[in-house]
Design a protein around this ligand. Structure first.
Ligand code: ADP
Ligand code: MG
Length: 240
């Protein structure tokens, strides 16, 4: 579903992605972890081309997304993205946040979009909040709305960039639960997170990034019990 081939990215002189090769199969959940500043956000943002790459190729569902001719709107309809800070539209109701893209991008009719929106809100446990505005919701609720919004375009892939890092501790579980349900429904997911419990329980593979390089890639059972590289061992000491 996702394939990175010899990907490099520079921000001016800073080499933020260095020879990244990675494949994510359909239905797989890959957790990306690593120290702050190692390039995790940049890595997942390249999948829907929120960040262009400097060289190499990235393929999503058979489309070369790093080709400048690729239609980015079509790509982003297939690849949902959930940010650390939710990024909901503050002036729109919860339901309108979810229906905006299906109506404007997919030209779905209003009634069908509303029906889909309510179904997605049910899925994240927030159907009763459809007419509420984002500011009236808790952080955990806002993030669940953001996940429902990401699903509204019926994507093939969902990307998450530290989706629980901005939340109070008591709200982390409700968001991880929604993500776990999504994983169990067969969604292909790349998740940047420091929630190692989630990685252990839900991930098919854990990828450890340091200085823009994937230095370790293993099923969670292996990664947590027998990390191969010193830097991965140090990282695990800090987060576990
Ligand atoms: P992580 O998500 O692992 O913390 P990032 O991918 O955000 O790391 O950043 C990797 C490196 O690239 C960091 O050194 C960061 O400062 C730098 N960086 C990120 N975005 C930009 C940008 N738009 N311009 C210049 N440097 C950037
Ligand atoms: Mg980041």
């Amino acid at each position: 579903m996702i394939r990175f081939v010899n990907v490099h990215k520079w921000f001016h002189k800073l080499h933020v992605l260095n020879e990244v090769n990675l494949q994510v199969q359909a239905g797989e959940v890959v957790v990306v972890c690593g120290p702050s500043g190692s390039g995790k956000s940049t890595l997942i943002r390249t999948v829907n081309q929120l960040e262009p790459i400097s060289s190499g190729e990235i393929w999503v569902n058979g489309v070369n997304v790093s080709d400048p001719k690729t239609n980015l709107n079509a790509l982003r309809a297939e690849v949902g993205f959930v940010f650390q800070h939710f990024n909901l539209y503050p002036h729109l109701s919860v339901l309108d946040n979810i229906t905006l893209a299906p109506v404007q991008v997919k030209k779905m009719d209003r009634a069908a979009a509303n029906k889909l929106g309510v179904q997605l809100l049910e899925r994240v446990g927030l159907a009763h909040k459809q007419d509420t505005f984002p500011a009236q919701l808790s952080g955990g609720q806002q993030q669940r709305v953001a996940i429902a919004r990401g699903l509204a375009m019926q994507p093939k892939v969902m990307l998450f960039d530290e989706p629980t890092s901005a939340l109070d501790p008591e709200m982390i579980g409700e968001v991880l639960k929604v993500m776990k349900d999504l994983a169990e429904s067969g969604m292909t997911m790349m998740v940047v997170t420091h929630e190692m419990g989630f990685a252990r329980e839900v991930a098919d593979r854990v990828v450890f990034v340091d200085h823009g390089q994937i230095i370790e890639e293993a099923p969670p059972g292996e990664f947590f019990t027998r990390p191969q590289h010193e830097r991965a061992k140090q990282f695990l000491k800090q987060v576990l």
